[in-house]
Write a protein that binds this ligand. Sequence first.
Ligand code: RB5
Length: 145
Amino acid sequence: MKVGIASDHAGFEIKEYLKDKLKKEGYEVIDFGPEFKKAVDYPDYGVKVAKSISDGEIERGILICGTGIGMSITANKFKGVRAALCNSTFLAKLAREHNDANVITFGGRIIAKELAWEITKVFLETPFLKGRHLRRVNKIKKLEK
Ligand code: RB5
């Protein structure tokens, strides 16, 4: 699975940690930056992953800022992107099963990197349940037209 990841300065450490973990697990990871820890504006990096999802170049995205909120707001501006801020494995499971979320966001100032990895694994491994949930997601898709 192709996974894109990006952060701002507040999410940089978790980005690097998750990137290594994902590579070790065999995921193809595209790092959209930043390359080193520097003060940046989260929308500049959030759009890179969101655009790539929207264009069908990657299947899942991971975005980390200070709270996870700014990245979530940014990513959800893009057609086909369903970004969810998930602070627990339960939220990640439901974001996949019910919402077919394709981007997960974290707050680097909120969550420990080890927990972020546990949540990421659930997010990447859980399938969309379809059924009645597909009908609801299709209603969201209609709003994008
Ligand atoms: C940066 O200080 C901070 O505002 C940003 O990382 C994020 O939390 C915004 O949502």
